[in-house]
Design a protein around this ligand. Structure first.
Ligand code: CS2
Ligand code: MG
Length: 402
C-alpha cells in the first residue's frame, strides 16, 4: 500500500479544528487531528509546507519508521506545533492500518484491557451553590467522576466557568479576552467549595479540580494539604511544569494525587516528574504529544512508576482525538481516567463518530480503524475564525503564568 494524497481541512463549527486526511492507492484513507487551540494555522502550515510533501509514496503501515523520520529526520524536535503536526500523520496512519486489517485500533494496541473507559465531566457555577447544582446534574446523568470549578467572589470571570448562559468553551473568537486572578482569594475559596461538595454528595463520587498552572509549588502544597480531607481523585496542573523539580515541593507537602501534562508534547517534558514519582497522572494527549507511536512508549515508561494516564479531552481536541484516546484508554494497562467535554451538535455533524457513553463509561466502538469520518460538505459550511484562549492578570495587572 502507498500514500497517494494528503490534505488538510480547516473547519469551525463553533470552534476551529485542523484535520488531516491521508489517502492510499488501495482506496483506504485515514484521519488525524492537528488542532492546537489558538495556533491552528501554524500546524496546518507545518503539515502543508513541510511534512506532507515527504509522505507521498510511503507505506502507511510503517508507523514507527515514519514517526522517527519526521521526529529525528527533521533536525528540529519537539514543540507543540511540530508535535501536533506529527500526531495528525501518526494517528491517520493507525486509522488506515486498522481499516486495512479490518480491526478497531484498540486491537493494534494490545486489545481490550477493560470493558469501558471511565470519563470525568466538567461541573461549574458562578458560585458554590451553582456549582453544586451542576454537580447534581452530572451525577444524575450517570457520571462517576466530576471536575468541579466555581466562580470566586471578587474576581469576575474564572477559568473553566462559563460567562452568562453560554456553554463553556476554552477559546473565544476575536482577540484574547483578559481575566483577573488572585491566588490569595482562590486559596481561601477552594477548600470551602470541596467541603460543600463532599457534604452534599458523599464519599463515593470521584472529585477532580484544575488549578490551571497558577500556583507556586508551595502554594500548591498548601492547597493539596487543605483538600486532603475531601479525598480528591486529582489536583490538576497545580504549578507550571517547565521546572519539573517544582513538583518535588508539592509532593513533600501533600498526599492529594497530582495530574499534569495537557501542555506537554514530549516524554522529556515529563521524564523527571515520572521517574521521581512526583505525579500520579499524565495528561499529555495523543494530538499534542505526537500520536499513538510515542504515547504508547510514554505510558509504558509511566507504568514502571505507578503513574497512570488521564488524557486531556477538552473541546479543542477534536472527535478524532476523542476516538483515538478511547481506543488507547481501552487497551493500555495503566489507564486512569479520560476527560470528556462533549462537542456541540454542529461539530458532531462534521465529525461522524461511533463512540458511546453509558453510566459514566465510554467505548470507542468496534468499527475498524478509529470509527470517525469527516463530512466534508458539512465542514465546508464553517469557515476558520481566529480565536484565542483568555489571558490572565493579577488584580494589579501583572500577567500570571496562565
Ligand atoms: C483545560 C482546558 O480541559 C482542561 O483541563 O485545562 O480547558 C484547556 O485550557 C484548553 O483545552 C487549552 O486548549
Ligand atoms: Mg486542564
Amino acid at each position: 500500500m502507498k500514500i497517494t494524497r494528503a490534505s488538510v481541512n480547516i473547519t469551525s463549527p463553533g470552534r476551529n479544528f485542523v484535520t488531516l486526511k491521508i489517502e492510499t492507492d488501495e482506496g483506504i484513507h485515514g484521519l488525524g487531528d492537528g488542532t492546537l487551540n489558538g495556533r491552528e494555522l501554524a500546524v496546518a502550515s507545518c503539515l502543508n509546507e513541510h511534512l506532507l510533501p515527504c509522505m507521498i509514496g510511503r507505506d502507511p503501515f510503517q508507523t514507527e519508521d515514519i514517526w522517527q523520520y519526521l521526529y529525528r529526520g527533521g533536525y528540529w524536535r519537539r514543540g507543540p506545533v511540530l508535535m501536533s503536526a506529527i500526531a495528525a500523520i501518526d494517528v491517520a496512519l493507525w486509522d488506515i492500518k486498522g481499516k486495512a486489517l479490518n480491526t478497531p485500533v484498540y486491537n493494534l494496541l494490545g486489545g481490550k484491557s477493560r470493558e469501558g473507559v471511565m470519563v470525568y465531566a466538567h461541573a461549574s457555577g458562578k458560585d458554590i451553590d451553582h456549582a453544586l447544582e451542576d454537580v447534581a446534574r452530572y451525577k444524575e446523568a450517570g457520571y462517576k467522576a466530576i471536575r468541579v470549578q466555581s466562580g470566586i467572589p471578587g474576581l469576575g470571570s474564572a477559568y473553566g466557568v462559563p460567562r452568562g448562559t453560554n456553554r463553556y468553551e476554552p477559546a473565544q473568537r476575536g482577540l484574547p479576552h483578559e481575566e483577573r486572578w488572585s491566588t490569595e482569594i482562590y486559596l481561601r475559596h477552594t477548600p470551602r467549595l470541596f467541603e460543600r461538595v463532599r457534604k452534599a454528595f458523599g464519599e463515593e463520587l470521584h472529585l477532580l479540580h484544575d488549578c490551571h498552572h497558577r500556583l507556586t509549588p508551595i502554594e500548591a502544597g498548601r492547597l493539596g494539604k487543605e483538600l486532603e480531607p475531601f479525598h480528591l481523585f486529582w489536583m490538576e496542573d497545580p504549578t507550571p511544569a517547565e521546572w519539573q523539580e517544582g513538583f518535588k515541593t508539592i509532593r513533600e507537602h501533600t498526599t492529594t494525587p497530582i495530574a499534569v501534562g495537557e501542555v506537554f508534547n514530549s516524554i522529556w517534558d515529563a521524564h523527571d516528574l515520572i521517574r521521581n514519582q512526583w505525579i500520579d497522572y499524565l495528561r499529555m494527549s495523543l494530538v499534542h504529544g505526537g500520536g499513538f507511536t510515542p504515547l504508547k512508549k510514554a505510558a509504558d515508561f509511566a507504568a514502571l512508576y505507578h503513574v497512570r494516564t488521564g488524557f486531556h479531552g477538552a473541546t479543542d481536541l477534536s472527535p478524532i482525538t476523542m476516538a483515538a484516546a478511547l481506543h488507547f484508554d481501552l487497551a493500555i494497562h495503566n489507564f486512569g481516567i479520560q476527560e470528556l467535554m462533549p462537542h456541540n451538535e454542529e461539530t458532531n455533524r462534521v465529525f461522524l463518530h461511533q463512540y458511546t457513553f453509558k453510566d459514566g463509561m465510554m467505548h470507542p466502538s468496534d468499527t475498524p480503524g478509529l470509527g470517525v469520518e469527516l463530512d466534508e460538505a458539512q465542514a465546508a459550511k464553517y469557515k476558520y475564525q481566529r480565536a484565542y484562549l483568555p489571558v490572565n492578570r493579577k488584580l494589579d495587572g501583572t500577567l500570571t503564568d496562565w
